[in-house]
Design a protein around this ligand. Structure first.
Ligand SMILES: Cc1cc2nc3c(=O)[nH]c(=O)nc-3n(C[C@H](O)[C@H](O)[C@H](O)COP(=O)(O)OP(=O)(O)OC[C@H]3O[C@@H](n4cnc5c(N)ncnc54)[C@H](O)[C@@H]3O)c2cc1C
Length: 366
């Protein structure tokens, strides 16, 4: 039996490979693949896959490398330092893959995991609706079984990558009579199927990264349901914890950004320096907590998600405040300021994270 590569040797291997290949990577775009970077993003995922760095801690039978979450942590950290994306997009590589590895049948895993690993299919997440965001259990998109297929009707919103996605993970109500959390199922949907329409939404930073998606009598084969019927809520909650864990892990890039700010701090006065130090200390504390948690999400994911996105927001405000009038013009500082509020909302708002921390970690009453 071959022995597993040590975390230290893997680190050396990863750093060397990234040094040799980072020039062909797209810029580090974060969790959401920008629509104009789909082709370079897919080529980058293909290169990662061919080099043996895709699915690092997934089992070998699922096409992964059979290593540990600590090895994945090394990869994510090294990519953050090299300023390259660690994979094509979070929905495919973290959320969908996580749901399939935990709840998917072997047939579903064989059908979908290879194209996530090599980047040939882009995935999107179809959870939120116009009247169901924080209160996701109130969703009203409906799936009705008709023979061997489900028929889906309804509307989703804020779907990142919807227009460019090949497939999506979809929550739909399959039992209208049960309690809200009980009557929901989790589906894998073909975004090119007849009846699926995605329309771009304009954000305040000028981008169109997410869409509203309409389902009009869309047919989904019965074998594309993940987990038991009416119990999609547990599958979705596992996916959302993974999402928060991953967003929290971006503390690495945050610390890099804070280090860069310190490198250019000569022009600041003492009051501004004091504020900068406070941000830097928060970033360092989050980074240290991330080290203790490791790359696999847990209930701590809510603290990491809240801490990281609030820090990103405060840092963006600080950067624009210390830029003076220039911050009113277009440029990276303004882009950062206009994009930062979205991160406090995506993946569960800051208020919802505080509720989770209060109720599930601190044991406070509802
Ligand atoms: C950049 C971005 C990308 C996204 N990508 C996707 C995606 O790919 N797929 C997808 O399905 N969704 C996506 N979303 C949607 C996101 O999950 C929702 O926006 C989020 O869950 C909040 O829901 P909402 O917008 O309906 O706000 P609401 O739930 O209506 O909340 C409005 C306000 O009320 C507060 N609030 C609500 N309930 C409570 C409560 N119980 N206690 C305290 N305060 C409360 C909220 O914190 C918020 O401030 C994305 C959002 C953003 C910003």
């Amino acid at each position: 039996m071959s022995s597993m590569i040590s975390v230290e040797d893997f680190d050396t291997q990863v750093v060397r490979w990234l040094e040799d290949h980072r020039s062909v990577a797209p810029r580090d775009y974060g969790a959401i693949l920008p629509p104009d970077l789909v082709a370079p993003g897919q080529a980058w995922q293909r290169a990662i896959f061919e080099a043996g760095f895709a699915g690092i801690h997934w089992p070998v039978e699922a096409g992964g490398q059979g290593l540990t979450p600590a090895h994945t942590g090394v990869w994510i950290r090294a990519c953050a330092h090299a300023q390259v994306p660690p994979f094509l997009n979070m929905v495919g590589n973290v959320l969908t893959a996580g749901a399939l590895l935990t709840f998917g049948t072997p047939v579903q895993q064989r059908e979908h995991l290879p194209s996530i690993l090599d980047g040939s299919q882009v995935w999107c997440q179809l959870f939120s609706e116009p009247n169901a965001g924080s209160d996701l259990a109130g969703l009203s998109t409906r799936a009705v079984l008709d023979g061997q297929q489900w028929t889906v009707d309804g509307q989703k919103v804020w779907c990142s990558n919807g227009r460019v996605a090949d497939r999506g993970i979809l929550l739909a109500r399959t039992d209208g009579t049960a309690k809200p959390h009980r009557g929901i199922s989790f589906f894998l949907v073909d975004m090119h199927a007849p009846g699926v329409t995605a329309r771009a939404l304009r954000q305040m930073n000028g981008g169109t990264d997410f869409d509203e998606v309409f389902f009009d009598a869309v047919r989904i084969d019965a074998d594309q349901m993940v987990g038991p019927i009416h119990e999609g809520w547990s599958v979705a909650m596992g996916a959302l914890t993974n999402e928060r864990g991953y967003i929290g892990a971006s503390g690495i890039s945050m610390q890099r950004r804070l280090d860069a700010m310190i490198a250019h701090s000569e022009a600041l006065d003492v009051v501004e320096l004091d504020a900068l130090m406070a941000l830097w200390i928060r970033g360092t504390a989050l980074w240290a907590m991330g080290q203790r948690q490791g790359p696999v999400a847990s209930v701590l994911a809510s603290i990491a998600k809240l801490g990281t996105t609030e820090l990103m927001f405060d840092s963006a405000v600080f950067r624009s405040a210390t830029q003076g009038a220039d911050a009113m013009l277009s440029g990276p500082v303004t882009d950062g300021l206009l994009s930062a509020p979205g991160a406090r909302i995506a993946g569960g708002t800051s208020q919802i994270q505080r509720n989770i921390i209060a109720e599930r970690i601190l044991g406070l009453p509802k």
